[in-house]
Design a binder for this molecule. Structure first.
Ligand SMILES: O=C(O)c1ccccc1N[C@@H]1O[C@H](COP(=O)(O)O)[C@@H](O)[C@H]1O
Length: 221
């Protein structure tokens, strides 16, 4: 089975190149001003060019209104929208209809009971992303480098299409993939040498670790 790999929070051509050369299926750009990974729609529009024909470009926003999303979609032309806030099922539906783009809806997970939240989004969101709950008082809803107990995902129906996220890195991805079988994985701070500063060597290390965990999977994309 193929495993999608999303490298998120890219800000430089070097980081985008490392992600694409490693074999990323998705590259993510953050539109959230409090984040050290925030980029303007114009910058993302330039950076995402390198991904054309190689990977899906994902725009990550948090409770963004139509005006903000209009600007992102126009300048960046993303292939997918990641909604990482408290967007309702109705809002997800409206966003999909307005832009004609697939939506990945993020959820913060700490325990199995948190998975109940996805029920009204089934058949609405194209894909789910499971991230750890941010610590109390955290400024960021994601990108905190915190993992959750992956075993809680055992409660999910096998047909749920999701990306695993939250505190992944080269050191723990093998263990994570030994516990769960997501269709994709998503990493941001685990390939940084400082908040918001992607390190191409760490990106390469991550792909090596994924490939070694997936040694029998010839079709890794
Ligand atoms: O990375 C950010 O700064 C960010 C800001 C706002 C919403 C989402 C954000 N990142 C997402 O967080 C997860 C996991 O990140 P990490 O690997 O634990 O650092 C990932 O889905 C990013 O898309």
């Amino acid at each position: 089975m193929t495993l999608d790999i999303k490298i998120c929070g890219l800000k430089t051509p070097e980081a985008v190149a490392a992600a694409l050369d490693g074999g990323a299926s998705h590259v993510g750009f953050i539109f959230f001003e409090k984040s050290p990974r925030h980029v303007s729609a114009q910058t993302a529009g330039v950076l995402r060019q390198a991904a054309r024909g190689r990977a899906q470009a994902v725009a990550v926003s948090v409770d963004a209104d139509d005006a903000a999303l209009d600007a992102i979609v126009e300048a960046m032309a993303p292939d997918m929208l990641q909604l990482h806030g408290g967007e309702s099922p109705g809002r997800v539906e409206a966003v999909k209809a307005r832009y004609g783009l697939p939506v990945m809806k993020a959820f913060a997970i700490r325990e199995a009971a948190d998975l109940a939240e996805i029920a009204p989004y089934r058949g609405v969101a194209d894909r789910f992303l499971f991230d750890a709950k941010p610590p109390r008082g955290a400024e960021l809803p994601g990108g905190n480098g915190i993992a959750f107990d992956w075993r809680v995902l055992a409660e999910l129906d096998a047909d749920v299409d999701y990306m695993l996220s939250g505190g992944l890195n080269a050191g723990n991805i093998g263990a994570a993939l030994g516990v769960v079988s997501p269709r994709g994985i998503d990493i941001s701070s685990g390939v940084e040498c400082a908040p918001g500063e992607k390190n191409p060597d760490l990106i390469r290390d991550f792909f090596r670790a994924v490939r070694s965990a997936h040694a029998n999977d010839a079709a890794l994309t």
